[in-house]
Structure formats: C-alpha cells, structure tokens
Design a protein around this ligand. Structure first.
Ligand code: FMN
Length: 192
C-alpha cells in the first residue's frame, strides 16, 4: 500500500484535523505494516498560489506524481471561512490536471483517478450537518466531495469533527465521536 498523508491546518499541535488524520494513518499502517507512507505538511511547506507557469514547475509535477503513485490518500482538512484552507486548495490545484486526473469526453468530463481510497479528516468550528441552519454555508466537505468525485473518487470516507469552537466540552465530545468513527470503520470492516 502506498499512502499519501497530507495536513493543511494552521494550528499545529492543537489541530483537530491533524490528530484525526494521524489516527487514520495509524489504523492503515496497523492493517498493513509494510505500507509506504509519504507525508506532506502543506502548511510547513506550502505550494504557491497557482500561476500559469506554476503548472510546469518541478514542485507541481512532484505533487501530481505523488498523488498518482498513491493508492490511499489521507487528507487532514479544516473549515476556514466556510471552505478549505488556501494551502489545501493550492495542492488540489496541482492535482486536478486535465489529461492526468480527468479528461473531457463527448459525454462530458470523466475522472481518471478512480480506484484510489481517500479519507478526509475534516474539522469545523460550528455545526453544519443535515438539517442545521448553517448547512447552506458548508463549502468544505461539499467542495472536497465535488473535486474528488470529479476526478473519479466516488466514495471518499469523511471523518468529521464539528462544533469544535462551541466550548471545551463540545470539542472533547466531538473528538471522541470522530475517534469512535475511525475505530468503527475498521471494526465494522467498512474499509477495504
Ligand atoms: C482563520 C479561521 C477561520 C475559521 N473559519 C471557520 C468557519 O468559517 N466556520 C467554522 O465553523 N469554523 C471556522 N473556524 C474554526 C475551525 O474550523 C476550527 O477551529 C477547526 O478545528 C480547525 O481545524 P484544526 O483544529 O485542524 O486547525 C475557523 C478557524 C480559523 C483559524
């Protein structure tokens, strides 16, 4: 197994998404101790905002190559200002490349990255679940599902910790719930 592990939170050791992405990678590594794990901290070593010449740089090609080589991708993601961090967006800008991860056909766009397993550990300060008043403002999970689906990853696994900004108890409860979801993914054989 080739795992690509990414983090994109700016809060370092206090980050909920970093803790959860690491927990997912631990589970994957436990299940396959021979797994090759490549780690990218998109905040420590950020990609520049995309420019036209930027597409062709070695850095961009390396990011795309790493993505293509991985069969399992674990993304630590955060909600900042209702969407993902700019660091994660800059990485995605290197990965959504016509002719590599998608192409346009007579029948519309076709994803070329199907077959990869993708886990997203997403942390949100507020509550954005179905039937919540803020649901319509949710552009992090929704955006990530859109781009992943677009390149052929139909069923990314989301582990979401939310309500983290509502208080200490709420944060603790949300993190426990997310950790239980991670455990359940493996206990219930939902991960293949
Ligand atoms: C700059 C910034 C913007 C944020 N914007 C939002 C937001 O729009 N909606 C929300 O629910 N939480 C927001 N939050 C709270 C984060 O989503 C929350 O702290 C989450 O835990 C961040 O992930 P992390 O713990 O991995 O850093 C924001 C936090 C920061 C630092």
């Amino acid at each position: 197994m080739n795992i690509l592990h990414l983090d994109s939170s700016i809060t370092g050791e206090n980050s909920a998404s970093r803790a959860l992405s690491a927990a997912i990678v631990r589970k994957l590594a436990d299940a396959d101790p021979s797994a090759d794990i490549r780690y990218r901290d998109l905040v420590e070593a950020p990609f520049d905002h995309l420019t036209l010449p930027g597409y062709a740089t070695g850095q961009s090609q390396e990011a795309l190559g790493e993505f293509l080589a991985a069969d399992t991708i674990v993304i630590g993601a955060t909600m900042y200002n209702f969407t993902i961090s700019t660091q994660l967006k800059a990485w995605l800008d290197r990965v959504l490349v016509a002719g590599q991860t998608f192409r346009y056909t007579e029948n519309g766009p076709q994803g070329l990255a199907g077959g990869k397993r993708v886990f997203v550990a997403l942390a949100r300060g507020g509550l954005y679940g179905e039937d919540t008043p803020l649901r319509e403002l949710e552009h992090a999970e929704r955006y990530l599902r859109t781009v992943l689906n677009f390149i052929g990853i139909a069923d990314p696994v989301f582990v979401i910790a939310e309500g983290l900004a509502l208080g200490e108890m709420e944060r603790e409860g949300a993190m426990q719930l997310a950790q239980r979801r991670i455990a359940a993914l493996w206990q219930d054989n939902l991960v293949h």
